[in-house]
Write a protein that binds this ligand. Structure first.
Ligand code: ZN
Length: 223
């Protein structure tokens, strides 16, 4: 168990699932094996919530916060736990399978994941101050992003990854992930460094993606 289970939430009806953040879940290829490690460097910076009362919404491209490098989390406080709970709620409402703090305007190095995109299914993971320590293999698959609704493109990612992170209890742990879970983690980790999946789309998808991003930045004006 990577993170303590958060409270169960009421389930919003999902009438027309749109699998932003990488298509429908596929548990058959979503391998996961946690192991704990306490080799953890101290984190020098304290982060602050942009919104001190509650996180209200997902920010969208081209909001500049999506391009900022997030700061390490210095301490796991009640405020952090509450914010993480709200991030899960936003992710499920979307629905999505991963959400990084910069996507809610919060410049902190943490993200949440549930490959099932549903509060009553799959498993909830919280990755704080995560660091990818190993990568192997390569696969292409379509990705989307809750911060860039309606845009999807094929992205090359490592098939297997190894990662270190801190959980909500403040414990450093290490995981090996593959396929879908590895892809989600790599996508969310990129958000912490201001990198969007659209930066990494395949050459074949690039012209179409650039056209779509252009139309988001300069939407057609009503006549
Ligand atoms: Zn994203």
């Amino acid at each position: 168990m990577l993170a303590p289970p958060l409270r169960k939430r009421s389930v919003l009806p999902i009438l027309a699932p749109h699998w932003y953040d990488f298509g429908p879940p596929d548990f058959a290829t979503s391998g996961f094996s946690p192991s704990r490690s306490h080799a953890c460097a101290p984190h020098p910076f304290r982060i602050h919530l942009y919104q001190t009362e509650s996180i209200v919404q997902i920010v969208h491209y081209p909001d500049p916060v999506l391009r900022q490098v997030a700061a390490p989390v210095a301490e796991i406080t009640e405020e952090i736990r509450r914010a993480v709970g709200e991030m899960f709620e936003l992710m499920y409402e979307a629905p999505g399978v991963g959400l990084a703090a910069p996507q809610v305007g919060w410049g902190a190095r943490l993200f949440v994941v549930n490959p099932a995109a549903h509060p009553d299914e799959g498993e909830e993971y919280v990755f704080i101050n995560p660091k990818i320590t190993g990568k192997k293999g390569a696969t292409f698959a379509d990705e989307g992003c809750l911060s860039i609704p309606g845009v999807m493109g094929s992205v090359r990612r490592a098939k297997w990854i190894q990662m270190e992170a801190t959980d909500l209890e403040g414990n450093r742990f290490r995981i090996d992930a593959q396929d879908l879970l590895a892809r989600i983690i790599q996508h969310e980790q990129d958000h912490l460094d201001g990198i969007l999946f659209t930066d990494k789309v395949s050459d074949a998808d690039r012209p179409d993606i650039e056209r779509q991003l252009e139309s988001i930045q300069s939407p057609p004006q009503p006549q």
